[in-house]
Design a protein around this ligand. Structure first.
Ligand SMILES: *Cc1c(COP(=O)(O)O)cnc(C)c1O
Length: 230
């Protein structure tokens, strides 16, 4: 299966799920998760009409963004755990950050983005560890408000919504997690304040779309299986 085939299948799945949920397919944005993939593979996806790409590691994002800097189009989304010492790199290359999970990182990032001299504020999401899994990144639900306040205090960040990664491979648990994220959004100002819900990956994007996802982050179903880092 080529990357173009993978993309076509994923787009068809998104469209089917949106229609089944009575939603406009255009209300769901596809971020192609390109972690561990080469710049060449990203270019193949670009040629097949995909423009948004997700990366988990700051250095890898910088390397690919630089390799493709002469190519028009790629829009980079940072979806990995964000550490303070990597905030500068991410501030320079990302067009959206999905993974703000503390007041400290919101402040550091706000400062770094301001120094980059961007024309417009950087859209960001708060990552929530809905399932309260101990090893997982993401803020607790009880921390959303203070992180939202910290983000809104930064002139060069714009809070757009919430993101979550559900417990692995269990559709029932994923649905519960997506519903919970949506409820948290409703609790913290609703769609007017937090229009984006970034949730749903290769194996559960239909469930996420049924639960209101506006952004799905899909890797394997587009690019094929990857060798996971340890
Ligand atoms: C890797 C990753 C994805 C994509 O997962 P697939 O199962 O390959 O679709 C989505 N979101 C995050 C945060 C990831 O790390």
């Amino acid at each position: 299966m080529t990357i173009a085939d993978g993309l076509a299948r994923v787009r068809a799945r998104i469209e089917g799920a949106a229609r089944a949920a009575g939603r406009d397919p255009a209300s769901v944005k596809l971020v192609a998760v390109s972690k561990t993939r080469t710049a060449e593979e990203v270019q193949q996806a670009l040629a097949a009409g995909q423009s948004a790409f997700g990366e988990n590691y700051a250095q890898e994002l910088a390397a690919k963004a630089e390799a493709l800097s002469s190519v028009s189009g790629p829009e980079w989304h940072f979806i990995g755990h964000l550490q303070s010492n990597k905030a500068r790199i991410v501030a320079r290359h990302a067009q959206m950050i999905h993974s703000i999970d503390s007041v400290a990182i919101a402040r550091e990032l706000g400062k770094r983005v301001a120094r980059e001299g961007r024309a417009a504020p950087l859209p960001v999401l708060i990552e929530v560890n809905v399932g309260r899994e101990p090893q997982k990144a993401g803020a607790r639900a009880s921390e959303i408000e203070e992180i939202a306040v910290a983000i809104r205090a930064q002139d060069m960040l714009r809070l757009r919504g919430l993101m979550t990664v559900p417990p692995a491979q269990d559709h029932g648990a994923a649905e519960e997690c997506f519903r919970a994220l949506r409820s948290l959004r409703d609790l913290h100002g609703g769609e007017a304040m937090l229009p984006e819900l970034s949730m749903g990956m290769s194996h559960d994007l239909e469930i996420a779309i049924a639960c209101g996802a506006t952004i799905v982050r899909v890797g394997t179903a587009i690019f094929g299986p990857r060798e996971e880092r340890t």
